[in-house]
Design a protein around this ligand. Structure first.
Ligand code: 5AD
Ligand code: SF4
Length: 472
């Protein structure tokens, strides 16, 4: 039904490479597949992060409920929606090039732009691509049924761009694309103001979702057979229950992990400033909480962190890492890093490299700094040349690759529980993820393992995956 481009942290989420089938599970009380279609078909293409991918699932749920039909090719769709990303310029350019391609298809199709680029560019999109009839930011998805009604009545420039909504996005229906791992948004928006980042402008201020709504969704997912849940938020660990129960993030983690049928709970993305020792303690104590933390550092240099307005120093970050290193369980730690931020000297960059060694990351998403509209860093002096950014990125990636090889080689001989989410016929292999979110390829004499938890003994390691055989 839809196509997703991974740009950044989202690849960590580990989509099944061979999903058995797209389920039309819904989080509400009714099954959307029983609603008769009214004949109109839709196709969603998703760019960007896991939050966007999950938003697309909700949008698909809303459309199915309105009687639309999902099709797996843009060619056959009456309504084409682009759920967009604007985190870096390249992501935004890709969307505009896609919109350009739709120019001559528009008389026969309704074209809509959703997500961060929609919010950032607003009605400008109608000027740049007049064949677009709907522009809607993520904070306005609750209004989608109403906006779709306007489009169906022939509305030419329908928009939903309010950011000041107090409501998080509660849809009655969610069409789940991943039959093995289910996502739950627990917090939307961001109240930090990192100087390079568009997210506070595109997703608005931070709003947490009531714990009862989160737990209700977790229970319904467990009833539908999901055993792995990923809690989502731009700063997921800033969660604060707005209901009278007033749970903090760790309180919510504990309750989600206690839902019957849930065997794995993940969460992404954590902000170091809100990363407290209690999170490590909870993971240490509760097996259902996965032993993986994605804790973006962005830079290893304190002066650059200050210029980025990250609210912590190198040493403060490393102190949090020391809690994880001291835990009883062996956590995977992953991160995001930006190279070539304005004013980043060779010395600053060197500090980022030494931080990679000090932490021993299991994965790093690294990016060249990209100036974004409405962000403080665009006005900062001492821009780093593009060639220099590329040079630093290549050095960083190679250093990190070596770290991953060394770390993964140490796992040879160990046995892990793997949740199987893919099958590669040509290689006669299965694939899945450990609790630490490591990608494992393995052989097994068994048939139909998808969705099963199996024990795998590791026999080989490379930078991005480990391989082995099922222990029977
Ligand atoms: N340029 C480059 N990378 C960025 N990120 C966010 N904004 C920018 C930018 N302007 C990166 C950060 C963030 C990840 C999702 O994208 O590393 O954690
Ligand atoms: Fe952007 Fe910083 Fe908020 Fe993350 S914490 S979304 S990097 S502003």
């Amino acid at each position: 039904m839809s196509k997703t481009f991974d740009i950044g942290i989202e690849t960590l989420a580990g989509k099944p490479q061979a999903a058995p089938q797209a389920s039309s599970e819904e989080a509400g009380a009714r099954d959307v597949s029983t609603i008769p279609p009214n004949g109109k078909s839709f196709y969603i293409e998703t760019f960007g992060c896991q939050m966007n991918a999950h938003d697309s699932e909700k949008v698909a749920g809303v459309l199915l409920e309105r009687g639309y039909r999902a099709v797996d090719s843009l060619m056959h769709a009456d309504l084409v929606l682009y759920n967009t990303c604007s985190i870096r310029e390249k992501a935004a350019q890709k969307v505009f090039s896609r919109l350009g391609e739709m120019r001559y298809a528009a008389p026969r199709k309704v074209i809509g732009v959703l997500g961060c680029l929609a919010q950032q560019e607003g009605e400008e999109i109608f000027e740049r691509a007049p064949w677009v009839s709907l522009v809607c930011g993520s904070a306005s998805y609750r209004r989608l049924p109403e906006l779709m009604a306007q489009v169906e009545e022939g509305g030419r420039r329908v928009s939903g761009l309010d950011l000041d909504t107090e409501e998080t996005f509660e849809t009655e229906f969610t069409r789940r694309d991943n039959p093995i791992r289910a996502y739950i948004t627990i917090i939307e928006g961001c109240d930090y103001a990192c100087s390079y980042c568009v997210v506070p402008h595109t997703r608005g201020p931070e709003r947490s979702r009531a714990s009862d709504a989160v737990l209700g969704e977790a229970r319904r997912l467990a009833d539908h057979g999901y055993s792995e849940i990923q809690l989502l938020g731009q700063t997921v660990n800033s969660y604060r229950d707005p209901s009278p129960r007033g749970l903090d993030f760790v309180g919510l983690l504990r309750e989600v992990a206690a839902v019957e049928g849930i065997r794995r709970v993940r969460f992404t993305t954590s902000h170091p400033n809100d990363f407290h020792r209690a999170i490590v303690e909870a993971i240490d104590e509760i097996p259902a909480l996965c032993d993986h933390v994605h804790l973006p550092v962005q830079s290893g240099s304190t002066p650059i962190l200050r210029a980025m307005r990250r609210t912590y120093t190198r040493d403060e970050y490393l102190e949090k890492i020391s809690w994880i290193h001291a835990a009883r369980r062996a956590f995977s730690i992953t991160s995001d890093v930006i190279v070539g931020f304005p004013g980043e000297t060779e010395q600053d960059f060197e500090e980022t490299l030494t931080l990679l060694d000090a932490v021993g990351y299991d994965g790093v998403f690294s990016f060249k700094y990209s100036p974004r509209p409405n962000t403080a860093a665009t006005a900062m002096p001492d821009a780093v040349l593009e060639e220099e950014k590329s040079r630093r990125l290549a050095i960083l990636m190679e250093r990190q690759r070596q770290i991953q090889i060394a770390r993964n080689e140490k796992l040879v001989g160990a046995t892990f529980e793997v949740l199987v989410d893919g099958r590669h016929e040509s290689r006669d292999q299965w694939s899945g993820r450990t609790s630490g979110n490591r990608l494992v390829n393995f052989t097994s004499p068994r048939q139909s393992l998808l969705g099963e938890y199996v024990q795998v003994r590791i026999t080989r390691a490379s930078a991005n995956s480990i391989a082995g055989e099922q222990v029977i």
